[in-house]
Design a protein around this ligand. Structure first.
Ligand code: HEM
Length: 415
């Protein structure tokens, strides 16, 4: 076999924390290779990028998720031992549970809830001098998530719950105090949702049958057993938290509307389904998921490179979405590129690649696209606002990235 290009040095965890989304792409370009070997978190890791690399990464005969997600990511972002860490039949059974929530009828309902929750905010915003769109979006997403999933939430608690979900997302790549805040936010949320699960099981709370809360509370595993209370809570949070995360893409979408004023008009007119193209380009262009990881299941060879059982492999999500072999002028924001786009499950991977049912590709991709569309149509069609001077830059070294000012808007009026 050929030897995989290797980065010198004992450990590159600090470089990864500093360079963020650029860590893998920069080394790829330095080494002139879409595959290289490095050391992070005290272990060897092979980094790969591109369409063919993604198709290998999502071959479940070659890779396992067991022991792939670092504990610190599980203690903030995912929850411990949840769907992200499962393999084989156990994973497929759990995945069918998630995907059974995404029926056309339930997605229509989600669109309706999304419109209503944004509209409900207009009177308050018209009275205010300015708002921070990112914080408002996270709170609105939290309301949408709970309503859609059948989770009761009171007006008194919604702010703190939204902040907790936001903190879990914001701290998964953090160390020290920020990481501890992430863990605390997760514990509080798990305790809250576990109580909800217990109430449903005690028949004291009756969410509608097709909601996430109902489906997860009564889901049976391959042995016919209910999930234990905590695991059910963790999986229900795996629906609520990522819906809150859509607030980040909405904020980047608002940034694109401001940076490319001609786009604003096109989204507003929505001729020929333009807002769909716009949403896809937001998901491709802006940094959110940096990479995803798995371990080699059994020794195998790819392109004459040897992959040894147990090795950690990281698939470059951001870099594949910006790969010059796959995207013309990848650093330009061009929604039209999605017009005649030859769909491939492995080249456009903001939420993972492959098949939703068979592999680990994001269960919430349709939800994300739909909520983004409704939200960005709201921002263009239903209100007008000014974007005052502020620091809208975002750092590629910060995972997950966000505009520094969190997107302040003023003079909000219903249009
Ligand atoms: C998995 C990204 C929204 C539910 C994933 C993965 C990524 C991702 C990268 C892992 C892919 C892999 O490792 O192979 C995102 C991004 C989102 C988002 C950037 C934008 C907000 C959502 C939403 C939901 C959701 C809205 C639920 C309604 C899930 C679940 C998994 C997952 C359950 C685990 C799937 C599995 O392990 O089989 N997501 N996601 N995500 N996502 Fe999302």
């Amino acid at each position: 076999g050929r030897s995989i290009p290797k980065e010198k040095g004992l450990d590159h965890t600090l470089a990864l924390l500093k360079e963020g989304y650029n860590f893998i792409p920069e080394r790829r370009s330095e080494l002139q290779s879409d595959i290289f070997q490095t050391r992070i978190l005290g272990q060897k890791a092979i980094c790969i990028a591109g369409e063919e690399a993604a198709s290998v990464f999502y071959d479940e005969n070659l890779f396992t998720r067991k022991g792939a997600a670092p504990k610190r990511v599980q203690k903030t972002l995912f929850g411990e031992n949840a769907i992200q860490t499962l393999d084989g039949e156990e994973h497929k059974q759990r995945k069918r549970m998630f995907l059974s929530m995404m029926t056309p009828g339930r997605l229509d309902e989600l669109a309706k809830i999304t419109r209503e929750q944004w509209r409900a905010k207009i009177p308050e915003w018209e009275q205010r001098d300015e708002i921070v769109l990112f914080h408002e979006a996270e709170e609105i997403m939290c309301r949408i998530a709970c309503q859609w999933a059948g989770v009761p939430i009171t007006e008194v608690e919604v702010k703190q719950r939204a902040i907790d979900f936001g903190t879990m997302i914001d701290t998964f790549a953090s160390v020290g105090e920020r990481y501890r805040e992430g863990k605390k936010a997760r514990s509080r949320s798990e305790e809250w949702i576990e109580k909800i699960i217990k109430q449903i099981r005690a028949k004291k709370l009756h969410p509608l049958e097709n909601t996430a809360a109902y489906i997860i509370a009564w889901h049976r595993d391959l042995k016919g057993k209910l999930l234990d209370d905590r695991m059910a809570a963790i999986e229900l949070i795996n629906i609520l938290r990522p819906i809150v995360a859509i607030g980040r893409f909405v904020t980047f979408g608002a940034l694109a509307l401001r940076d490319y004023p001609e786009e604003r008009e096109k989204v507003k007119d929505d001729q020929g389904g333009y807002s769909q193209l716009f949403v896809q380009e937001v998901r491709r262009f802006y940094p959110f998921g940096p990479f995803t990881g798995a371990r080699v299941r059994e020794d195998f060879t790819w392109r004459d490179y040897e992959f040894k059982k147990g090795t950690l492999v990281l698939l470059d999500i951001y870099g594949t979405n910006h790969h010059p072999d796959l995207w013309e002028h990848p650093e330009e924001f061009r929604p039209e590129r999605f017009k005649d786009w030859k769909e491939s499950p492995f080249s456009f991977i903001p939420q993972g690649g492959g098949d939703h049912y068979m592999g680990h590709r994001c269960a919430g991709e349709w939800v994300t696209v739909l909520v983004m569309k409704e939200s960005l149509e709201f921002l263009t069609k239903e209100i007008t606002y000014d974007v005052p001077t502020q620091d809208l830059t975002y750092e590629m070294g910060r995972i997950p990235a966000l505009p520094n000012s969190r997107f302040i808007i003023k003079n909000i009026q219903q249009s």
